[in-house]
Design a protein around this ligand. Structure first.
Ligand code: A3P
Length: 307
């Protein structure tokens, strides 16, 4: 695809292939049907040693870290970051739609190195070649309740995933690991457990909200990039919620309504920590927290201010 306008026109032209795809299990993990049906090329994906993988559970801050990494790798050049929407700059490894829409893998095969790649795959489904090639991985985790609230609103406007249904049932589906990409609990725990054995930088959404400059410094150190202080401050400004919300290259407003229905919500919704308090009833919170303690037993992984 020559450029972003062509790509969005292409998606618009083929909008009829999109619908609320059901989930299908792949090695026990629920994934959108087109992904499950084209699983082999994903599993066999050939990583290159200089690939950088950005991994998250959906709605944990993927777009945020994508924009930050693109800026860090380009020395804080905000004009360069405007060259294309973030989903074109950093392809999504496992995304698949029915033909003729190209899959993430087919786009990545033609992407020159060094590649930055987005994934939501849980650790055990990440193609083995990433570990064989000792690729660097940046993982962003977000506290369970805010992650869940964000996913609930996203599933209303992302009309390629199952209808979220009412809030109460959605909370249960999250607790049971029945949403696309499976269990949040297993996702955050497995990368945490593996981070000592692989080159994984584990970040928290809440830390990024607290002090973005500090977390951008951690990213640039991990990527071994020189970044003058003024460039770093530029990144902090450019990657703020308000700036990214207004930026058509990061706010997903360019995606056709057949995929993200903007009449049902906005991708850049609130960008806050603790928004869950506006949605959980006391009973829901008690049930959720008791279950959380059971599921998170035995891990040293801690989220701040969440119970
Ligand atoms: P909310 O729905 O809580 O607003 P992802 O990119 O993984 O899909 O995550 C999207 C969530 O990250 C949304 O959360 C979105 O608003 C939030 N987000 C995106 N950019 C952000 C930023 N610069 N600062 C804070 N939150 C951001």
């Amino acid at each position: 695809m020559a450029n972003q306008t062509d790509y969005n026109d292409f998606l618009h032209k083929h909008r009829d292939v999109f619908r609320r795809f059901p989930l299908e299990l792949v090695h026990g993990i629920p994934l959108m049907e087109p992904i499950a049906q084209q699983w082999a090329p994903i599993e066999n994906f050939q990583a290159r040693p200089d690939d950088l993988l950005l991994s998250t559970y959906p709605k944990a801050g993927t777009t945020w870290i994508q924009e930050i990494v693109d800026l860090v790798l380009n020395g804080g050049d905000v004009e360069k970051a405007r060259r294309a929407p973030v989903y074109i700059r950093i392809p999504f490894l496992e995304i698949c739609s029915p033909p003729p829409v190209p899959s993430g893998v087919s786009i990545l095969v033609d992407t020159p190195s060094p590649r930055v790649i987005k994934t939501h795959l849980p650790f055990q489904l990440v193609p083995k070649s990433f570990w064989d090639q000792k690729c660097k991985v940046i993982y962003v985790a977000r506290n369970a309740k805010d992650n869940l609230v964000s996913y609930f609103f996203f599933d209303q406007m992302n009309v390629t995933q199952p209808d979220p249904g009412p809030w109460d049932g959605y909370v249960k589906k999250f607790m049971e690991g029945k949403l696309a990409w499976g269990s949040w609990y297993d996702h955050v725990r497995s990368y945490w457990d593996e981070k000592g054995k692989h080159r994984i930088l584990y970040l928290f959404y809440e830390d990024m909200k607290e002090d973005l400059a500090r977390e951008v410094r951690r990213v640039k150190d991990f990527l071994e990039v020189d970044l003058p202080e003024d460039a770093l401050q530029k990144i902090v400004h450019h990657a703020s919620f308000q700036t990214m919300k207004k930026n058509p290259m990061t706010n997903y407003e360019t995606v056709p309504n057949a995929i993200f229905d903007k009449t049902k919500g906005r991708f850049m919704r609130k960008g806050e920590v603790g928004d869950w308090k506006n949605y959980f009833t006391v009973a829901q919170r008690e049930e959720f927290d008791a279950d959380y303690r059971r599921k998170m037993e035995g891990t040293t992984l801690r989220f701040r201010d969440v119970l």
